[in-house]
Design a protein around this ligand. Structure first.
Ligand code: GDP
Ligand code: GDP
Length: 439
């Protein structure tokens, strides 16, 4: 299910505090850009079984003062356009400033679901003393404390009620044609690659089953392979807001990943593997999508026959993405059409691998001896054993391991299991999930 929620408000009202509370620090995807105070801007959250992407605006506010600079206004406009619901934060302690009014005017011009969230109500007494925010004229408002969490349950209950009412259905996984999106930072070469995939008369797929969205999907037939290119830039109508704006590109990426089976993550060979590339990679992994890494602009490095540069580059990236490290990494030049012919066949393989279901007896035959030889480290003198495992009948690979003390099994052992599964079975380019249950 794909929903998008945005947090909007002037600086210092508590947006990033709320964001961290809803996403959870560990789960948040760190967004690093030099000279910027904010470092987390998007992540996934869930409430009562409804999952949504959460985007925090103001992430690129260089001044972080109380002025609404042009950059923040741009981000708010993007958030209004892209999000399903907007959480508009104000600060009960400071009260309503001109900048809050300015934002509320921007928001009210558009027909979007907006919940006014009055933050910093750490203590019930404020609620009754400050009614300043009524001036903003929103019908629905919620009192919360982003710091101690009070009121957030009620806010989330209402939020998911609105999301559910959108009636968006899950994309049917029976599809036989892989859905592919080309993602990566602005200027990495996405449009160049996509153009090389498309013939003059490509077909625009408008009616995706059960979904309503404004992006354009294109049916691509090339070199004997078929795929649907999801949310294709260049084909999509350019918005008034600059395409190269990093925030916009991030928001589109978050959205298009959700409608995809396989992501082609393009990385700039000259810039190397940067924090932003890793963030996008983790986002794809969290969304359980297949992935191929394309190191583009390889022509500019002009390595000639020197394969060691390529090998070292590859080793470096694999270290960074472990334990999910058996991802195809291709070195290409989208501009010269070098190395691009392998992409669709590999994507097709990954599409099949992602749907693969291992037989339970085979899985146990391979894994149980491993657990006997290397059992989870015992905790408080308790011997931890894993007796049985099975792959769930889900659309992406999920494994359950039954243990006498599932809670004591550490993250490091989970990584060990993932490595072993990847060693023994082919899950190239496909994220896997591992759960422990009480036996
Ligand atoms: P942003 O600029 O809107 O992202 O605001 P931040 O999340 O960085 O918060 C600004 C300041 O307000 C920080 O010092 C937070 O600790 C504080 N803050 C955020 N939420 C609350 C809250 O619920 N209660 C109180 N008392 N302070 C809060
Ligand atoms: P996008 O913003 O990711 O869609 O990037 P574009 O496809 O618009 O490419 C950005 C710039 O990089 C353009 O000037 C392209 O010509 C250039 N470019 C793209 N792929 C390559 C490549 O493989 N090699 C070189 N040298 N330049 C490339």
């Amino acid at each position: 299910m794909s929903y998008m929620v945005s947090i909007v408000g002037r600086p210092n009202v508590g947006k990033s505090t709320l964001f961290n509370r809803l996403v959870g620090r560990r789960k948040a995807i760190v967004h690093v850009k030099s000279g910027v105070t904010r470092d987390r801007i998007y992540g996934k959250s869930e409430w009562n079984g409804v999952h949504f992407s959460l985007v925090d605006t103001g992430g690129y506010n260089p001044s972080h003062n109380n002025l609404l600079d042009a950059e923040i206004i741009k981000q708010i406009l993007i958030a209004i356009k892209e999000a399903d619901v907007i959480l508009f934060l104000v600060d009960i302690k400071i009260g309503i400033l001109d900048t809050d009014i300015e934002i509320s005017q921007l928001l009210r011009k558009h027909k979007k679901s907006i919940l006014l969230v009055v933050n910093k109500v750490d203590n019930g007494k404020y609620m009754y003393h400050n009614t300043d925010f009524f001036r903003l004229g929103f019908r629905e408002y919620y009192y919360i404390s982003a710091i101690n969490g009070s009121g957030t349950g009620e806010l989330l209950d209402r939020l998911i009620e609105i999301l559910k009412a959108l009636g968006r259905k899950e994309i049917v996984e029976k599809e036989v044609i892989p859905r592919i999106s080309v993602i990566g930072r602005p200027n990495v070469g996405k449009s160049t690659l996509i153009n090389s995939f498309l013939e003059k008369n490509h077909h625009i797929v408008t009616n995706v089953s059960g979904t309503t969205r404004d992006s354009l999907d294109v049916l691509c037939k090339k070199w004997g392979y078929k795929c649907i290119l999801v949310d294709t830039p260049g084909v999509r109508k350019k918005s008034k807001i600059s395409e190269s704006l990093e925030f916009y590109s991030t928001m589109r990426t978050v959205k298009s990943i959700e409608y995809t089976d396989i992501c082609l993550l393009m990385v700039d060979a000259v810039r190397g593997w940067e924090a932003q590339d890793r963030n996008i990679f983790r986002l794809v992994e969290k969304n359980q999508k297949g992935i191929i890494i394309l190191i583009n602009k390889w022509d500019l490095l002009n390595p000639g026959k020197n394969c060691s540069i390529q090998k070292n580059f590859e080793i470096f990236i694999r270290k960074k993405i472990a334990p999910f490290d058996n991802v195809p990494i291709l070195f290409i030049s989208a501009k010269n059409k070098d190395g691009i012919y392998n992409i669709l066949p590999i994507a097709d393989q990954i599409f099949q691998i992602r749907k693969k279901r291992l037989k339970t007896n085979l899985l146990n035959r391979v894994m149980l001896p491993i657990f006997q030889k290397n059992p989870p480290p015992s905790v408080q003198k308790k011997l931890i054993t894993i007796k049985y495992c099975t792959q769930l009948p889900t659309s992406t690979p999920k494994f359950i391991f039954f243990s006498n003390f599932p809670h004591y099994i550490k993250e490091s052992y989970k990584r060990f299991i993932e490595n072993k599964i990847r060693d023994h079975f082919d899950f190239r380019g496909v994220p896997i999930q591992i759960f422990f249950r009480k036996k």
